[in-house]
Design a binder for this molecule. Structure first.
Ligand SMILES: Cc1cc2nc3c(=O)[nH]c(=O)nc-3n(C[C@H](O)[C@H](O)[C@H](O)COP(=O)(O)OP(=O)(O)OC[C@H]3O[C@@H](n4cnc5c(N)ncnc54)[C@H](O)[C@@H]3O)c2cc1C
Length: 402
């Protein structure tokens, strides 16, 4: 693998940096810096989406014929890295990065024409209805039913841990359309409008005080037949495609490395309690250096996956490795922040958001205020998108052939 970027790629990096300098306002950067949760709130996420949409840089993981940017995988990586370094807010992932590619691959011409532009221009905000009580790791045992009745699907069941369902206008769901066959073969992928009486969203407040996830009660909700994506019974195949995209093609290392860089700068300012700074605490600095080395190794792995994808290969099961390592590192880096800020990093502020005019004054400093909420929120990393135990099983079976 050639680790040097070509002159075209370097020119692209310069173009991205210049765009970020000119178009990413400070209030969005500040909002991102003050977000302790995985998903950013729609006020900053959608605003950044609008800016990128106007530039035509939004659908960078979609095929060109569906409105994608046509960037190479290296360009995508450069873009994500520069965004991480510039504190750009996260984008609404569920529509843009998960559903969009599914519609491009499995959708009908009508679905592409109807759904994709509405994702891009921000009209629709999507959430993901896969998990249920008793169907998380064992997703194939899901029970939500969709039955054909009176000219449409009638859906009943309950979805759990549904991120941003309280903001969403639509939910893409895995549902059981056939209970009388092998569990995987009876699952379908269906699009449901949230604005109907059969849908009730109940909040779940996280450990750190964030409202990110929800329960979604589905009681005789209705979806027209044309909301089925792919064939009936093809939901499992579509879900595997979506989950591989969710785990792979993602660039976690740039954000980790950007956060480590900030911790290094903060260490030079934070007192160590012995008259010096934390930058002189050799145990802390060694732990930080180790996390940095591991993040650099992850970056190489992520680049390797991108290099495979550049050859036209799918992200593949080795992306489980990236997801697992990235999750563990995320928790390690957020743990180091708590260690760095000492007592100041233990205070748990539950008010959200932690940016804007109404945000609470930090007791010590902004970075310290974020340490505990981030540390607690990042516990979820080794769970969502498939737990680390499940990733290990995938690696053992499909990568190592055990
Ligand atoms: C913050 C957050 C956001 C989420 N957002 C969404 C969302 O938007 N949409 C959505 O559909 N889902 C979402 N999820 C759900 C997530 O995908 C599931 O939580 C995850 O798949 C685990 O399922 P579970 O919670 O049912 O745990 P379980 O599957 O019950 O697992 C419990 C424990 O048992 C272990 N375990 C289970 N099976 C095995 C096995 N075969 N071998 C070894 N160990 C095993 C697990 O690793 C885990 O430690 C979210 C979860 C979180 C925490």
């Amino acid at each position: 693998m050639d680790l040097n970027f070509s002159s075209e790629d370097e020119a692209f990096r310069t173009e991205v940096r210049a765009f970020l300098d000119d178009n990413l306002p400070e209030y969005l950067r500040a909002g991102m810096r003050a977000t302790p949760s995985v998903f950013v709130e729609p006020d900053i996420g959608r605003e950044w989406q609008r800016i990128l949409y106007e530039k035509g840089w939004l659908a960078y993981n979609w095929p060109l014929d569906c409105g994608g940017t046509g960037w190479t995988t290296v360009q995508r990586y450069i873009f994500e890295k520069e965004c991480a370094l510039a504190d750009a807010p996260g984008l609404p992932v569920l529509g843009l990065k998960l559903l969009g590619p599914v519609i491009c691959r499995f959708g009908t011409a009508e679905q592409k024409a109807e759904i994709l532009p509405r994702i891009l221009n921000g009209t629709d905000y999507w959430c993901q209805g896969f998990s249920e009580p008793g169907a998380g790791s064992d997703l194939a045992s899901l029970k939500t039913r969709a039955e054909k009745k009176d000219g449409h699907y009638v859906i009943n069941g309950r979805k759990l841990w549904t991120t941003h369902a309280h903001h969403a206008s639509h939910i893409f769901c895995l549902v059981r359309t056939n209970p009388d066959c092998k569990p995987q073969a009876g699952i379908s992928f269906i699009l449901v409008d949230m604005a109907q009486p059969g849908i009730e969203v109940r909040p779940i407040k996280g450990l750190a005080g964030d409202h990110e996830v929800n329960e979604v009660y589905i009681d005789d909700a209705i979806a027209p037949f044309e909301n089925l994506v792919g064939e009936e019974g093809q939901g499992w195949t579509i879900a595997k495609f979506l989950l591989e995209n969710e785990r792979g093609g993602a660039c976690h290392a740039p954000k980790l490395l950007a956060d480590i860089r900030k911790l290094r700068q903060a260490a030079a300012r934070e007192p160590d309690g012995l008259g010096g700074s934390m930058a002189e605490d050799s145990a802390f600095m060694a732990a930080l250096a180790f996390a940095e080395l591991e993040s650099q190794a992850l970056e190489m792995t992520e680049l390797r996956v991108l290099a495979e994808m550049a050859k036209g290969l799918p992200p593949g099961p080795q992306t489980s490795l990236s997801k697992m390592i990235a999750s563990t590192l995320r928790q390690k880096v957020d743990g180091l922040a708590v260690r760095l800020f000492g007592y100041a990093g233990l205070a748990l502020e539950e008010v959200r958001p932690l940016y804007g005019n109404d945000s609470p004054e930090p007791l010590y400093g902004k970075e310290a205020q974020l340490a505990a909420p981030r540390y607690l929120n990042s516990r979820a990393w080794t769970i969502f998108g498939g737990t680390n135990e499940v990733q290990r099983t995938i690696i053992a079976k499909t990568v190592l052939g055990l």
